[in-house]
Design a protein around this ligand. Structure first.
Ligand SMILES: [Zn+2]
Length: 134
């Protein structure tokens, strides 16, 4: 037997911590990807010398380092913005997730609305799935 039960306040707090962690993790992944990809593009000259790079010989290490520094100076603020943006997006996605405890239909952002089965949707932050009958 399985069923959806209300979370205790402790469990709700735990879910919020979990959602915050998940959201930060998503933000970190996005920021890390930007921090890796942007400098590589810049330092490789693929973006700076888009037209010339196909044929131009690799320039000296000095110019490589300078471009890397410039790329990082650009990538870091972009990564910070992306981190916040992604974290917020993930957090709202998680907190908008709902489920109908009666028929297990899932929804988004329709907390409290009536399901077609006659039940009502509740936020996943307030209920949990329990495996019973053991
Ligand atoms: Zn339903």
């Amino acid at each position: 037997m399985t069923l959806w039960v209300e979370r205790t306040p402790d469990e709700v707090a735990g879910w919020n911590r979990y959602a915050g962690r998940e959201a930060r993790w998503q933000g970190c992944l996005t920021a890390a990807a930007i921090l890796v990809i942007l400098p590589l593009l810049f330092a490789g000259g693929w973006l700076v010398n888009l037209r010339a790079s196909a044929t131009a010989p690799i320039q000296g290490p000095g110019s490589f380092a300078r471009r890397l520094a410039v790329a990082l100076a650009i990538a870091v603020p972009v990564a910070c913005v992306a981190y916040r943006f992604e974290r917020q997006k993930e957090l709202s996605k998680l907190s908008r997730s709902t489920v109908c405890p009666k028929c297990e239909a899932s929804g988004k952002g329709n907390d409290g609305s009536v399901c077609s089965c006659g039940g009502s949707f509740v936020s996943l932050s307030r209920v949990k799935w329990v495996e019973g009958g053991s």
